[in-house]
Design a protein around this ligand. Structure first.
Ligand SMILES: *[C@@H]1O[C@H](CO)[C@@H](O)[C@H](O)[C@H]1NC(C)=O
Ligand SMILES: *[C@@H]1O[C@H](CO)[C@@H](O)[C@H](O)[C@H]1NC(C)=O
Ligand SMILES: *[C@@H]1O[C@H](CO)[C@@H](O)[C@H](O)[C@H]1NC(C)=O
Ligand SMILES: *[C@@H]1O[C@H](CO)[C@@H](O)[C@H](O)[C@H]1NC(C)=O
Ligand SMILES: [Zn+2]
Length: 325
């Protein structure tokens, strides 16, 4: 027991935690999202963006990483790890920070900032909606990085030291940065916009076979205004965590399977199938790993973009009634 705790402490102290797709990944996700925004969403987003973004959502998609040093409370909101070797995600089991505080994880963050943007001033508290937008755009990117729902024991791959070609690094960084950087160098002349355009072309050509289902949205995965009003009085998510979920009706189950939880489930699944596989501590990853994993990375960037746009299109929909009580 003591050695186990000792080992975890050593891990926690020595490993600088990395917080999600690097700048390129977040830029790509948001750039792809920009192409799918409705007119209403463009108007809503433009109104909230800070001046220096000059109307470009992608310009602020790494803001949440830049401020995390000053806003330490936000660190836990970038990821949601699962118990070691379990390849499924459960909101109640997994959404907490290292002090076990409930809802402090990436799916909790997405929910939080979606709700703030959707309810606006009606939420009762005046939140800074510019920040809510920048957090949301960043976290929807993060939840699609498979190792943002990795194992707790190795901090989502941060604790798996290995080599990326001749460079010493860790598995988490491979997925945040290295695969994207190697792709830029190998296929795209070092030009991120070229890589983004190539992903967009693949999307248009339907090279990702299930693209039409990515942003599928029904009552079970997209709580609408009506449901959000209900959530204001009774936080069913919290209830679902503390009561015996299985005895409650399917009415509660839909909070349980909301969209961001589905994205985290996909991520841990991909982490098990692709990220951790053949990437043991001390190993050297090269061409085989790079070539087989790059399509996964590109698909997750594309999915993050389509879904971010879908969420923003739903939030800023002028034909929906405004939430009132
Ligand atoms: C996750 O998988 C484990 C082991 O296969 C299983 O016992 C558990 O019930 C699953 N949990 C969820 C939330 O699906
Ligand atoms: C929700 O947003 C507020 C304002 O940024 C923040 O103080 C709070 O910690 C957030 N909670 C979660 C779970 O994201
Ligand atoms: C909202 O947040 C942004 C980014 O942190 C900041 O620049 C701006 O001053 C804030 N607005 C208000 C009204 O506090
Ligand atoms: C906006 O809301 C209307 C009415 O519910 C709906 O028909 C339309 O599809 C929505 N648009 C988007 C982009 O969600
Ligand atoms: Zn992040």
């Amino acid at each position: 027991m003591i050695t186990w705790i000792g080992r975890v402490l050593v891990l926690l102290v020595l490993i600088p935690r990395s917080y999600g797709w690097g700048r390129e990944g977040h830029y790509a996700t948001c750039k792809i999202a920009e192409g799918y925004l409705s007119e209403d969403a463009v108007a809503g987003v433009t109104k909230l963006l800070p001046l220096h973004a000059e109307g470009e959502l992608a310009a602020v998609c790494s803001w949440a990483d830049e401020i995390r040093i000053h806003h330490r409370w936000s660190g836990a909101l970038h990821f949601a790890d699962t118990p070691d070797f379990l390849c499924n995600y459960s909101y109640c089991r997994d959404c907490h920070d290292s002090a076990q505080l409930k809802d402090r994880c990436v799916t909790g963050g997405i929910y939080n900032y979606t709700k703030q943007l959707k309810l606006g001033p009606d939420s009762g508290i005046t939140y800074n909606l510019t920040e809510a937008l920048m957090f949301l755009a960043h976290f929807i990117g993060d939840v699609h990085q498979p190792l943002h729902a990795g194992f707790l024991g190795d901090l989502g791959g941060n604790g798996v030291t290995l080599q990326w070609y001749s460079q010493k690094t860790n598995l988490h960084r491979v997925w945040d940065d290295m695969i994207i950087e190697s792709a830029l160098k190998t296929y795209y002349n070092g030009n991120l916009m070229t890589m983004i355009r190539s992903i967009q072309e693949n999307m248009l050509n339907d090279d990702f076979d299930d693209i039409s289902s990515w942003d599928s949205c029904d009552a079970t995965v997209c709580p609408d205004t009506y449901v959000l009003i209900l959530l204001k009085s009774v936080d069913c998510r919290i209830m679902a965590c503390y009561d015996n979920v299985y005895s409650l009706t399917s009415f509660l189950l839909f909070f349980y399977a909301s969209m961001e939880v589905r994205y985290a489930s996909e991520s841990i699944n991909l982490a098990c199938k692709f990220a951790y596989r053949n990437a043991t501590p001390g190993s050297t990853l090269g061409d085989d790993y790079f070539v087989s994993r790059l399509p996964i990375v590109e698909k997750r960037l594309a999915q993050g973009g389509v879904r971010l746009a879908a969420v923003l299109n739903r939030i800023f929909n002028s034909s929906l009634p405004i939430a009132t009580e």
